[in-house]
Design a protein around this ligand. Structure first.
Ligand code: 4AZ
Length: 256
């Protein structure tokens, strides 16, 4: 997150951190995610470059994590991945991560899923096709880079507020043109000082509706971070209610 502030996981209790371990390498932070039900984390498809060939035993998921390289047993919950479901329409042929959405079924010791606490909680999905008007302020959170070009991620969870942009503006020639599809939306800030960045992908963009927070976006891509006319691009979660309901068997999600 560029231009944000350090936050506590209790303010974003649905945030998940996804780690990947190579054959000969240590566990490394890979992506963010969001807990949408006790056993399911929603994230970005591009977090798994090996696609359906991804070795599940190399993945681990943490909830309730404030610091990437520290373990806090009083609030963290750790999981293995039982299932990885990547959207069949995910493609990067045009370099724009269309349908950048994936589901992880998590499983902890003793077959348990996530247990609600002050640091761990599910986020609501908005009703299918619900649209918010441009200008609405939403919140992003992640462990990603604080500036484009630095090599390290943030050690601590950070948050920031960005405003939704209209689809017309974001698909105009000054912005991303036809790289941004209807499965995506853009969010940024007027001075281009606040943005998501590398390492935040997969994580949440949440917006408040009637005093409740809903997961409207998955941090997906952008040309660099905090560049002029290059806002962050987010997967439009409300296009996928049916897909999520079908894959998870969570009927309540179809209606939102
Ligand atoms: C990335 O590579 C990434 N500025 C995420 C978000 C943005 C750019 C890149 C948006 O994970």
């Amino acid at each position: 997150v560029v231009g944000g502030a350090v936050t506590a996981v209790e303010a974003h209790p649905w945030i998940a951190s996804i780690f990947w371990r190579g054959r000969f390498t240590q566990r490394a932070f890979k992506c963010g995610g969001s807990l949408i039900s006790p056993c399911w984390v929603l994230t970005a498809a591009h977090c798994f470059p090996d696609g359906t060939q991804t070795k599940l035993h190399r993945l681990s998921v943490f909830l309730g994590k404030n610091a990437v390289n520290e373990t806090d047993y009083t609030r963290e919950q750790k999981f293995r991945v039982q299932e990885l479901i990547i959207h069949h329409g995910f493609d990067n042929i045009q370099g724009n991560f269309n349908n950048d959405i994936a589901l992880l079924k998590i499983i902890g010791n003793g077959g348990r899923c996530a247990e609600e606490s002050g640091s761990v909680r599910t986020v609501c999905l908005p009703p299918a096709k619900q649209m918010l008007p441009p200008g609405v302020s939403c919140e992003i959170a992640g462990y990603g880079k604080e500036r484009e070009g630095i090599w390290h991620n943030s050690q601590y969870l950070r948050e920031a507020r960005v405003n939704l942009l209209s689809q017309d503006v974001c698909t105009s020639n000054d912005y991303y043109g036809n790289m941004v599809t209807n499965n995506m939306f853009c969010a940024g800030c007027p001075e281009w000082k606040i943005d998501s960045c590398k390492g935040d992908s997969g994580g949440p963009l949440v917006c408040e509706v009637n005093n409740r927070l809903f997961l409207f976006g998955i941090i997906s891509w952008g040309e660099g971070c905090s560049r002029e006319f290059r806002p962050g691009v987010y997967t439009r979660v409300t296009n996928y209610n049916r897909w999520i309901a079908k894959k998870t068997g969570l009927a309540s999600i179809a209606a939102g």
